[in-house]
Write a new protein. Structure first.
Length: 325
C-alpha cells in the first residue's frame, strides 16, 4: 500500500487539498468494489491538528501532525493562497521534513502555487517545474535556478512532480493514479469525476503579462513602446537607437529584466492582441493577422500555435462567445 501524505499548509486552497484527497480515496473504493485491498493510505498532514485555510474561511482537521510521520511514499503540496512570499514563510517548517522524506525515498508533488513551497526546498534546482501561468514572473524571479515550463500541465522528473494552474492539478492526480494504480483506474476516475484526460498544455489559457517588476527604466519604456505600437514592424535596431543603447546591451538587459528576448516579447504582445480579436470580433484570421502587424500568413500561424498550442481557428472556436453559444 502506498502511503500518501497530503500536506495542509497554513493558507492552503481548499479545492486542491480536498479534491486530491477525494480522488485518491475514491480509487480505494473502486478496488473495494472489486473485492480487492486498498492501494493508498491517504493522510492529511499538518503542522497542527487544526489548520486554518482559504483566508481563515475553513479549518482542516488533520489526521496527523508532521512529527508523527516518520516515513511516507508520496507528499502532495496543495496550492497556497495569498501573498506568496508570506505564504511560504508561514509554512517553512514543512521544508526540512520534505527534504528529509525525499532523501529517504519519498516522491513529492506540488499543485499549482504549491510549487513555490516545493522550490523553496532546493529540490527543484536544475529541474523542470510547472505552476500557475499568472505566477510565472514571480517564480522566475524567486527561483532562477529552476527551469519553469509555463506551458506544461504536468512535470515528472526524478520523483518530483508539479502541475500547472488552478484545476489542472486534477490532471496530475490522474497521472499519479495511473502510475500507481493502473490505466483502468485512471480512466474510471476521469469518467466518474468528469475530468478531461491527456491534457498536456496550459498554453491556451495563458494571458501574457509583460514583466515590469524591475528597475531598468529604459527597458520598461521599450516594453511600453512595443505594447503601444504592436501593429507596426518593430526591430531590435529601432529600439536600440530609440533608447540610445547598443544592440547587444539592449538584448542582454531586456532578457534579464523581462525573461524574454526582445523578439519573443514583440511576438507575445502581437499574439495576445490577436487572441483578443479572435475572442471578441468577427474579423477573419487574415484581418486579425494584418491588424497585429503580420504580413506572412505562415509565420503568423506558426507563431500563434507555438505560443497558444492552438491554430487561430481552433482558438476562436474555443473562446469566442458566439461560437461557443
Amino acid at each position: 500500500m502506498k502511503h500518501i501524505s497530503i500536506l495542509v499548509p497554513k493558507g492552503a486552497i481548499l479545492g486542491s487539498l480536498e479534491g486530491s484527497r477525494q480522488l485518491l480515496t475514491q480509487v480505494n473504493h473502486f478496488f473495494a468494489a472489486k473485492g480487492l485491498a486498498p492501494v493508498f493510505k491517504v493522510e492529511l498532514v499538518g503542522l497542527d491538528k487544526a489548520t486554518p485555510i482559504t483566508g481563515g474561511l475553513f479549518t482542516v482537521n488533520t489526521n496527523v501532525v508532521l512529527d508523527d510521520v516518520k516515513k511516507t511514499d508520496l507528499i502532495i503540496i496543495p496550492a497556497l493562497d495569498g501573498e506568496i512570499t508570506r505564504a511560504v514563510e508561514n509554512n517553512k517548517e514543512f521544508i526540512p521534513w520534505i527534504i528529509k522524506q525525499y532523501q529517504n525515498g519519498a516522491e513529492v508533488a506540488s499543485l499549482c502555487m504549491g510549487a513555490f513551497l516545493l522550490a523553496s526546498t532546493g529540490l527543484l534546482t536544475g529541474k523542470k517545474c510547472a505552476t500557475h501561468w499568472m505566477a510565472a514572473n514571480d517564480f522566475k524571479r524567486m527561483f532562477p535556478d529552476v527551469e519553469l515550463v509555463t506551458e506544461k500541465i504536468i512535470t515528472d522528473e526524478q520523483g518530483i512532480y508539479s502541475s500547472g494552474g488552478a484545476f489542472s492539478y486534477l490532471n496530475l492526480i490522474l497521472y499519479l493514479i495511473e502510475k500507481y494504480a493502473g490505466r483502468e483506474m485512471a480512466v474510471l476516475s476521469s469518467k466518474v469525476f468528469a475530468i478531461e484526460m491527456e491534457r498536456s498544455s496550459q498554453s491556451p489559457f495563458i494571458i501574457f503579462q509583460g514583466q515590469k517588476d524591475h528597475a531598468d527604466d529604459p527597458i520598461k519604456k521599450a516594453q511600453e513602446f512595443i505594447e503601444n505600437n504592436y501593429q507596426e514592424k518593430i526591430t531590435v535596431e529601432q529600439l536600440a537607437s530609440m533608447f540610445a543603447l547598443g544592440r547587444r546591451n539592449l538584448e542582454r538587459r531586456f532578457k534579464k529584466a523581462t525573461a524574454n528576448t526582445v523578439i519573443e516579447y514583440i511576438q507575445r504582445v502581437k499574439i495576445e492582441a490577436a487572441k483578443m480579436s479572435l475572442e471578441n470580433t468577427r474579423e477573419n484570421v487574415n484581418e486579425v493577422m494584418y491588424n497585429v502587424g503580420y504580413t506572412d500568413t505562415k509565420a503568423f500561424r506558426t507563431t500563434f500555435k507555438r505560443i497558444t498550442g492552438l491554430s487561430p481557428i481552433e482558438y476562436r472556436n474555443k473562446y469566442q462567445r458566439e461560437v461557443a453559444a
